[in-house]
Design a protein around this ligand. Sequence first.
Ligand code: FES
Length: 193
Amino acid sequence: MVIGDWDLVICPAFGPTGEAVSQTHPTISAKVAQITWEPVIVAFLCNWCSYAGADLAGSSRLSYPANVRVVRVPCSGRVNPMFVIQCFKRGFDGVLIAGCHPGDCHYAKGNYYARRRMPLVQELLGYLGVEPGRIRFDWVSASESGRFAEVVSEVTEAVRKLGPYGRPSPIAVPMLPTDIAQVTETEPVHEQG
Ligand code: FES
């Protein structure tokens, strides 16, 4: 429970009955949050291959980390770089893009476009402070349920090692009103005419 800036947590040292409800310092609750943190990864899956592979993994009862939030797209080539940027802007910890194997794309070249695009997105986001390991591009066919589970496990582990992304708005750096005021105060005003 959060009251103001303080979290109320039940301290296990005082037993589970609840009589020992203690107020803890925000840094302690931040540490607790860190321990219980689980990465949340957005997975853009091509409808024809990777999504079907994920579906098969589910129906085959393969176990894989439940850290992915699946977005079904018609083709990996449909994944606009802005989608990836938006994911990080909204505070997700990682992004997985999976499509058909080269030569199997239902739209002939969509996955080739994605393959060229994603390293550039990784590099661009690297400049903005997003570690390249948070973005994974891979091929998973409709019959590769095991491969899907493997890729999800790998990407989850990689993002877990990197830790929480934790910046809700890394892209937009707002200009502070005080900065604007300073600029307008110091800038000489040139009169027209
Ligand atoms: Fe699957 Fe294009 S249809 S990557």
